[in-house]
Design a protein around this ligand. Structure first.
Ligand code: GMT
Length: 378
């Protein structure tokens, strides 16, 4: 199948899922065309059946806002025609589902029919999409998609609660390439980050308010009073600087490393003992799954789709949002006993295996096939 994938090319989870999906589909024989405004961060290797088409938006002084949707829909039309793309899979409703619908209508004028699969990732529904300024257009684009998927049951429920959606929503969870998360022993440079008796705690995100970065630091601050530990902070975003300042004020700067964005999170996770994800909301929590696949137990909030990934008392623990006390208690419980920590590490891997890329990607393929079949019938 020739598939066009539209996504955000940044470090965010939706772009990562879209990129990993495209790469896996290409390995399974499909021809993949990524269409976005810059090369997706995890798209390192281009091959004969993986292509990247850049959407450019020329600056024009008349425009207060540059019309990205317009440029994207034009590019989609051109690429569908040039490469005989059979289906468009758009990740993140805003503005991708909307631009894809415009492209579809333009192509219809020329007698070309292109079905659209829209994947809802989370903030496009819970934080941004439901805003009154966007809601009408988001509802319209979801309803006009030929198939809609959401990354968790919780996100499906949120979508049905917040929008007047007529379509069926298929739940297709985030997935993980387990092989990539098997640590190569020579690569795992634990000794560079901590001493033998110290535990390594990690947080990875885009450092936005929704991630509750101050809670990460508060929990670490309390844990390290009981169990010698170091904190690895991976990612970039508006909350990074305040977080560095907070560490300084608490006198723990020497125990905390801020890495910035990294394409090698598996190398950081391979020496981690605990992952913190105290988010306000999380449709799935891909970073928690990536941690678990590397054998890192997770202390998280019990919000959104996280309980579908992090199993309480098995792969880690769930606490109420902002319940620092409970998160600290659970963290100390896991880290303070070597045997117990090893058990949680094994469990984390086992739970992550339920989201194996080889099990989940065929679910998307089945949706593509059904969508194409239904389009032929219509
Ligand atoms: O977590 C973020 O803020 C990035 C965001 C995105 O849209 O790229 O991630 C969302 O999509 C991921 C992939 O499906 C999910 O695993 C994340 O849980 C989800 N983030 C939120 O719902 C806050």
């Amino acid at each position: 199948m020739r598939i066009g994938i539209v996504c955000y090319p940044t470090f965010g989870g939706s772009g990562v899922v879209a990129t990993e999906l495209g790469l896996e589909l290409s390995k399974r024989g499909h021809e993949i065309h990524f269409i976005t405004y810059s090369q997706p961060v995890r798209l390192e290797l281009l091959s004969h059946n993986v292509h990247y088409h850049e959407v450019n938006v020329p600056e024009y002084p008349l425009f207060h806002y540059q019309p990205y949707e317009l440029a994207l829909s034009s590019k989609l039309v051109d690429m569908v025609k040039l490469h005989n793309i059979e289906l468009l899979h758009v990740h993140y409703a805003i503005p991708h589902a909307y631009a894809a619908y415009m492209a579809k209508k333009m192509l219809q004028e020329e007698g070309i029919y292109i079905p659209i699969v829209t994947t809802l990732h989370g903030t496009d529904i819970t934080l941004v999409g439901s805003h009154p300024f966007y809601k009408t257009a988001v509802t319209f684009s979801i309803n006009k998609s030929d198939a809609v998927t959401s990354v968790s049951q919780s996100l499906k429920d949120d979508t049905l609660r917040l929008f007047d959606v007529k379509n069926d929503i298929h739940v297709v969870p985030n997935f993980i390439d387990l092989e990539r998360h098997q640590p190569n022993f020579t690569d795992c440079q634990r000794a560079m980050m901590a001493t033998e008796d110290e535990r390594i705690i990690t947080h990875i995100s885009n450092f936005r308010e929704v991630k509750q970065i101050p809670d990460v630091i508060r929990v670490f601050h309390r844990i390290q009073k009981e169990v010698p530990a170091r904190l690895m902070m991976v990612g970039e975003g508006p909350e990074r600087e305040p977080a560095e300042l907070m560490c300084k004020k608490l006198g723990i700067s020497d125990k905390v490393v801020f890495f910035g964005n990294s394409n090698e999170i598996d190398k950081i996770l391979c020496f981690s003992d605990l992952f913190l994800l105290p988010s306000l909301t999380e449709s799935f929590g891909l970073s928690a799954l990536e941690a678990m696949a590397s054998g890192v137990p997770v202390i998280s909030s019990n919000t959104g789709g996280i309980p579908e990934v992090n199993k309480n008392g098995v792969s880690g623990f769930l606490s109420d949002i902002n319940d620092i006390e409970d998160m600290t208690k659970n963290g100390i419980y896991i880290l303070s006993d070597k045997e117990r920590l090893d058990k949680f590490k094994q469990n984390a891997k086992k739970v992550a295996a339920q989201f194996d890329i080889h099990e989940i990607v065929p679910k998307y393929e089945a949706i593509y096939e059904d969508t194409l079949k239904n389009c032929l019938i219509l």
